[in-house]
Design a protein around this ligand. Structure first.
Ligand SMILES: Cc1cc2nc3c(=O)[nH]c(=O)nc-3n(C[C@H](O)[C@H](O)[C@H](O)COP(=O)(O)O)c2cc1C
Length: 190
């Protein structure tokens, strides 16, 4: 093969760069997470992987709840700061100008500036090594109305969603084609 061989590592990027909120409205915390993703469609489930040393780890372990808030380029500085500072002795919401909103189902708040927040309840925690994985049911999806079109469809094309890729942040800007375009017959549907 023509490729160079490196030892196994975590280069499966990009991943979303999300802000995970936890705790309760008055005593909430927020941290940046890259190790996250959907693991099941029905029931809708996702994971986040955290180091035990994170202040948020104990909060989520105890409450069994958290929210995954998608982020945008306008939130870039907050994303970086929440991924460096711990909330142990600091209110990162105040520090970063993040506005808390009460969630629909869970006690932790969601972030007002986020276009889409997924409220989650943990059903299993798996110890993996450096990180523990919280597997969670997505119990509510909270969407900013400005990203819903006249047909009720979610349109995040113009929301400048942030991704993390090999040590840098990127924003999504250019949709290419819709799912299934390659197998659609011209003018006739599938
Ligand atoms: C882009 C980015 C992605 C991160 N992803 C994770 C992650 O997936 N898991 C994790 O435990 N920490 C991750 N971190 C580090 C935590 O966000 C960071 O240690 C934070 O200060 C922990 O906050 P806390 O102590 O208030 O919980 C990431 C940081 C950045 C900047």
């Amino acid at each position: 093969m023509s490729k160079l061989q490196w030892k196994g590592s975590t280069l499966l990027n990009p991943t979303p760069a999300v802000l995970v909120t936890c705790g309760n409205f008055e005593n909430a915390n927020v941290l940046t997470v890259g190790w996250t993703g959907i693991v099941c469609t029905r029931p809708p489930r996702l994971y986040i992987s955290l180091r035990k040393s994170r202040y948020s780890y104990a909060i989520i372990s105890e409450s069994g709840e958290f929210a995954v808030n998608l982020t945008t380029a306008d939130m870039l500085e907050a994303v970086d700061k929440c991924g460096v500072y711990t909330g142990k002795n600091k209110d990162k919401f105040v520090m970063c100008g993040l506005v808390k909103e009460p969630a629909n189902v869970i006690s932790a708040p969601v972030i007002s500036q986020s276009p889409l927040s997924l409220e989650c309840k943990v059903f299993e925690t798996v110890s993996l090594g450096s990180h523990d994985m919280f597997l969670a049911d997505i119990v509510s999806v909270d969407v900013e109305p400005e990203f819903i079109d006249e047909n009720g469809a979610l349109r995040l094309e113009n929301s400048k969603i942030l991704a993390y890729c090999h040590g840098k942040y990127y924003q999504l800007i250019k949709p290419l084609r819709e799912l299934g375009f390659a197998v659609k017959k011209k003018g006739k549907g599938r």
